[in-house]
Design a protein. Sequence first.
Length: 403
Amino acid sequence: MLMIDDILRHALDREASDIHLKLGAPPFLRRFGHLGPEEQFPPLGELDLQDIVKQLADEDQRARLTADRQVDLGYGTDELGRFRVNIYHQRGEMRIAMRAIPRSVKNLEELQLPPIVAKMAEESRGLILVTGTTGSGKSTSLASMIDLMNQREALHIVTVEDPIEYTHRDRLSIISQREVGVDVPSFSAGLKGALRQDPDVILVGEMRDLETIETAIMSAETGHLVMSTLHTLDAPETVTRVIQAFPDHQREQIRIVLSSVLKGIISQRLVPRADGNGLVPAVEVMVNTALVRDIIKDPERSPRELTDAIGKGNISYGTQTFDQSLMSLYRRELITYDEALSQATNPDDFALQVRGISSTSDARWDNFDPEATPDPDSQPTAASGRAGRLTPPPVAARLVKRF
């Protein structure tokens, strides 16, 4: 019988982040963002997958798999650590996706998150949202913030997760971790229950529906610190998504409430490192300043105005846009020019800023870190891992203002 622990041990030895199992193919591993088969394992048969499901899931979880055709669960051993597991069906065939959860929680510096994130973890009430696509490190960042709180304050921290990923032990704080489908039936039910458990901090793994969003905002409004995630790309989209989750007749009121309770939004993307050795986070951070509050409250203000407010707050508040974060990573030679350009929200503007060409209508870069920028055209080509592109006209480069 094929043992799942053998596959997972191999995956950890290969520093894989994700493992995919499907009928008729060997296990696939995702390493540093790239997915590929592990040919040293034989193709998996139907009995192999059924045996693996029995190793991963208990009787109740298998019953949910039969009823719902998919199930989320956690799996772990003392030797291998913990894994987040999703078992699902496609065209009648079973498939399994697993994500490795690091044994220890990294601190915010190790995660290369900006200092303002640690400042957010000092908040005593309000709403903090961490956003990004699947696999962008949202859970890892939240776990690091919880760990920081646990080290420096005596709090009751209640988490509602699906499934539990990082396990926390009590230090100064008491931490109650509840798993959807095991301890509570749903995120919304777990969140409502948490309000009766004398919490200081509530972490909701994901705001999936209106009921959860509404309860999270209400909890923040009544004096708790609430932290959660959304699958949105950046801070302006996050604000829009929260507001549009409500019916039309409630949106004006929710704008006012959200502008009051929101403390900040952290949006993440993982970008391949220039040396090919892993990934590094590009992070947009929005703090709810007076200007941001005014923009959120006013339905006539555009999402671009939020982006401008984030960019202009770099010096005063420690905020940063994605493009500013990418610029910082590029200057530190952690990512290539081509990679930064492909990830940028506004590639044309980013390319101009790399060369010191500043538009008089764009104040987002005026106070941004003015250290010298590497010349992309002096870097090795993409084939050697560092890319050059878009050579500016020499005359134009001499005539424009450098930031």
